[in-house]
Design a binder for this molecule. Structure first.
Ligand code: LLP
Length: 415
């Protein structure tokens, strides 16, 4: 995944050369920190690998929806994959090009479909016959044609965590191959739709090429079966899902992944669409948190920090591993400890039995690889204000989302 922006200078952890401790002094803790350089490097890795194939890389907004992150990617030429009207609203705010927006999701509301139609997005990825019918009817009502891709459920096992696998027959996602074939065969049922694409998304944090290749093979078989109708398609959308290294995983690089897809699909003469989220922003972000206190339990050493599961839910929700680095590297032997938040739940942890060097109250820790599905899954549980977000870009840092205020916590409530 290229070079790491987070490195020690002497004993001080830095982001692209800037001291993280100094940023913490300025903005307080906890906060999310992103390296613009790393996001850019990852996005460009897709572009460089795909230079000789028609394609559009559509960043999955759900992975990190901060406006500054979206704007950065937009300025680099990225398209976007959205799953809600809220995400569409964010893209309007940054002036994204409608013709670079894909609308995915298994349950789009009527008003969301209408918003997509009126914006003139590139393609709706539809996941059921009901949805195709609804898009058709709303398009008719507003006298707009809708470009749609049918999201296929290719029935492959992506070998990832059960909660984020999406491409097998037991999942709510997509349309089975044979049903999809029948849909493409009777376009007259949907007079206001143009079937522009065929799409899939088999899951997330996938660390092998094989499941992607199998999915593409399935889509390819379908395109061939469609004959003349297959020839009218413009887009082959492979979805997102490329994994990153959190612990000891050895995922293919962005280059290997993109080259493999490019070679496999070249003969189809379709424009390749990709919806990467995690592989672009995951490793670019850390969550900086301060140690409130340490405590020795009956059996375990606990480090209680000022971030909680409301800030980062991945460890407890998926059993996800996130490396934790002290912002100032201390001397001393590593011992096993649990790094936990202040929330009244046993599930409020970031690491269990993790070997860490000596830690004391006031020390800063960086929870690594949280640029994807970190802040975007944060909540206000325990009436905790959501953390600030900070970006390092061109040698300086800036707050790209203020820490919430207490007033923010209650401003929508009425007595
Ligand atoms: N396209 C669609 C239709 C998706 O549903 C997703 C992610 C993506 C693209 C982007 O996938 P990525 O490249 O980021 O793997 N909250 C979980 C991940 C959920 C992924 C949901 N869909 C986590 O923290 O691991």
């Amino acid at each position: 995944m290229g070079m790491d922006s987070y490195r020690y200078k002497n004993a001080a952890l830095c982001c692209d050369g800037l001291s993280i401790a100094a940023i913490a002094d300025a903005v307080g803790t906890p906060f999310y920190l992103y390296s613009a350089t790393m996001i850019e490097r990852n996005f460009k890795a897709f572009e460089n690998a795909l230079y000789d194939v028609p394609h559009l890389t559509c960043f999955a907004v759900k992975a990190n929806s901060n406006l500054a992150v979206l704007k950065l990617l937009h300025d680099l030429g990225s398209g976007f994959d959205i799953v809600s009207q809220g995400e569409l609203y964010r893209l309007e705010k940054i002036g994204a090009d409608a013709k670079r927006i894909l609308f995915s999701g298994v349950g789009k509301r009527d008003e969301e479909i209408v918003a997509g139609l009126q914006t003139g997005i590139l393609q709706f990825n539809a996941e059921s016959k009901d949805e195709l019918q609804r898009i058709n009817d709303l398009a008719s009502k507003y006298s707009i044609r809708a470009d749609v891709g049918v999201r296929i459920n290719p029935g492959v096992d992506p070998k990832t965590h059960a909660y984020i696998a999406t491409g097998s027959e037991n999942h709510k996602f997509g349309i089975p191959m044979d049903a999809a074939q029948r849909i493409y065969a009777e376009p007259r049922k949907y007079p206001h739709l143009t079937f522009t694409g065929i799409s899939c998304h088999i899951g997330s944090q996938i660390t092998e090429l094989r499941p992607f290749q199998e999915a593409v093979e399935s889509l390819q078989r379908l395109v061939v079966k469609l004959g003349a109708r297959g020839k009218c398609l413009k887009f082959l959308d492979i979805g997102g899902g490329l994994g990153i290294r959190y612990d000891k995983e050895q995922p293919p690089s962005i280059e290997e992944y993109a080259r493999s897809l490019a070679e496999q699909t070249r003969s189809l003469n379709l424009t390749l669409l990709l919806e990467p989220g995690r592989s672009i922003v995951g490793k670019a972000g850390v969550l900086v948190t301060k140690v409130i206190l340490t405590k020795q339990g009956a059996r375990k050493q606990f480090v209680v920090v000022d971030a909680g599961m409301n800030d980062l839910i991945r460890p407890t929700l998926y059993g996800a591993f996130h490396a934790i680095d002290p912002v100032r590297k201390p001397a001393g032997a590593c011992r096993p400890m649990d790094v936990v938040g202040p929330i009244c739940e046993t599930g409020d942890f970031f690491a269990q039995n993790r070997l860490l060097p000596p830690v004391k109250a006031g020390d800063l820790l960086a929870i690594r690889d949280v640029g994807a599905y970190g802040f975007s899954q944060a909540s206000n549980y325990n009436s905790r204000r959501r953390a600030a977000e900070v970006m390092v870009q061109n040698g300086s840092f800036r707050v790209i989302r203020e820490r919430e205020s207490f007033e923010d916590l209650v401003k929508l409530e009425r007595l």
